[in-house]
Design a protein around this ligand. Structure first.
Ligand code: ATP
Ligand code: MG
Length: 137
């Protein structure tokens, strides 16, 4: 059994899509084992996305992620990391498969409604970035 970190991004929380997106995870067999709504500071968003610091979209991404509250969740299930990314769909919603979250809800490449960890090591780091041991059962 595996765990992954999911973020429901500001474009989605703003449009009241938190429940609809969470339902997609649950329908795919992922269990929401931790969940909270937070408002990241630009410094916190910058640290979370540090791997992208040299990419041209970094400034825009950090500003967007700190613009309004997000919902961070830990999802658990068999192959949770891959399954979550499958349900999310491609980064660019124009390339996302039918039925995926990004196909249905994303506004653009940047405002693409969800984040999901991309590998076992990053999932572990990202879960620890947002949740303490006490918050995880
Ligand atoms: P995430 O890491 O959010 O789950 P991802 O792994 O599909 O998404 P990455 O390549 O890791 O995509 O990019 C991280 C985020 O940066 C994307 O989800 C998107 O919000 C933003 N982003 C990526 N490429 C672009 C771009 N060309 N223009 C604007 N924003 C971008
Ligand atoms: Mg990524």
């Amino acid at each position: 059994i595996e765990r992954t970190l999911s973020i429901i991004k500001p474009d989605a929380t703003r449009r009241n899509l938190t429940g609809k997106i969470a339902a997609k995870f649950e329908e795919a067999g992922l269990r929401i084992v931790a969940s909270k709504r937070i408002h990241l500071s630009p410094a916190q968003a910058g640290k979370f996305y540090e791997v992208h610091k040299d990419r041209p979209f970094y400034g825009e991404l950090v500003e967007f992620m700190a613009s309004e509250p997000v919902v961070v969740q830990v999802l658990e299930g068999e192959n949770a990391i891959a399954k979550n990314r499958e349900v999310m769909g491609a980064t660019n919603p124009a390339n996302a498969d039918e039925g995926t979250i990004r196909k249905e809800f994303a506004l653009s490449m940047g405002e693409n409604s969800v984040h999901g960890s991309d590998a076992a090591d990053t999932a572990k780091e990202e879960i620890a970035f947002f949740f303490s041991g006490l918050e995880l059962v």
